[in-house]
Design a protein. Structure first.
Length: 328
């Protein structure tokens, strides 16, 4: 499968996954409404599916609000949300100056505008690109990557992130992050409703089993929020994995150096032992490198490093015309 076929396949599958997000929301909303009517038939008597509609409305309103924030402030908003700091163009720091030079080179090589550049305060080797379009994109890389990787390897990583910009992956990532926040908010609302019910003594005011609709709705929202959040994280990771091979192929094309990204991945696999990525901005964690095995592989946002290296060195996703350019 060449790059163009893989790119088309990834786009089609991504649309399917985003549709699944919406379907999950509708199904869980329906089940939540049915649960409310089953366990509180005496106190929840209405022809309007209030619980189901509230679930849908809250999920999409929160997702929409977050998406509007991403659209308005772009990748810089995402980078700052995880605690990254923007690199001053007039910096005197040698690592930061080299980083800016590399980003400028890759912007030219990929025919993309120069994005904002951020550094994440973490020892782990990692990086991501964020934003809604090429004009408001941002690239963030960890301090650990700048210290551990050599210039060619940093260039390979930055070119990989430009690959995500080139392929339009950022907009997809932002949509998924917005949906995840919608699911998490449902869980939060359920938790708060339980606290309110406990404070008001709702359950003690009625002797009928399951008569407190607030407490029951809170429990339903908590369970529904957890279920949709977990399902959303799995889908989020699946979509993210679909895009990584294409970004690796772009890295090879933009740098004309397969060894750069391949060796960076090897160091990530063997030398990046720190697990100190920021806990803030968890909805964006699917953009971090996350290679897992076993059952937890469901939540892995990137394919196994070994498979990525094999694909890079075998030029599996490069179009023939790109291969010809590299061989000249």
């Amino acid at each position: 499968m060449d790059f163009w076929a893989a790119q088309d396949r990834a786009r089609k599958k991504t649309k399917i996954y985003v549709t699944i997000f919406v379907i999950i929301t509708l199904i869980v909303a329906t089940v939540s409404e049915m649960a409310m009517r089953t366990f509180a038939p005496d106190t929840y008597q209405t022809n309007v599916p209030i619980v189901g509609l509230v679930f849908i409305a809250l999920t999409f309103l929160v997702a929409g609000w977050n998406y509007s924030m991403y659209s308005r402030f772009g990748g810089s908003y995402v980078a700052k949300s995880v605690g990254a700091r923007e690199v001053d163009p007039s910096t005197k720091n040698s690592h930061e100056k080299q980083l800016l030079n590399i980003v400028q080179e890759m912007a030219v090589a990929s025919s993309q505008p120069m994005p904002a550049v951020f550094i994440i305060p973490a020892k782990q080797i990692n990086a991501f690109a964020a934003g809604m379009n090429n004009d408001n994109a941002a690239i963030a890389i960890t301090e650990g990557a700048l210290v551990t990787l050599n210039r060619d390897e940093i260039q390979g990583v930055i070119a990989h992130e430009f690959g995500h910009i080139y392929n339009g992956d950022m907009r997809i990532s932002m949509r998924l992050a917005a949906m995840i926040m919608g699911f998490f908010f449902i869980f939060f609302i359920g938790l708060r409703l339980i606290q309110v019910s406990a404070l008001t003594g709702g359950r003690s005011s009625s002797k009928q089993r399951g008569a407190d609709p607030v407490a029951l709705a809170a429990l339903i929202f908590m369970v529904a929020g957890i279920v949709t959040y977990i399902a959303g994280k799995i889908l989020q990771a699946t979509v993210s994995r679909e895009r990584e091979y294409l970004a690796d192929a772009c890295s090879v094309q933009f740098t004309r150096n397969p060894a750069g990204i391949a060796n960076a991945l090897r160091k990530i696999a063997t030398e990046s032992t720190a697990q100190d990525m920021p806990k803030t901005g968890s909805q964006f964690s699917h953009m971090y490198l996350n290679d897992r095995s076993g059952f937890s592989a469901l939540f892995a946002t990137h394919p196994p490093v070994e498979k990525r290296i094999q694909a890079i060195e075998g030029m599996m996703y490069l179009p023939d015309e790109w291969k010809k350019d590299l061989n000249q």
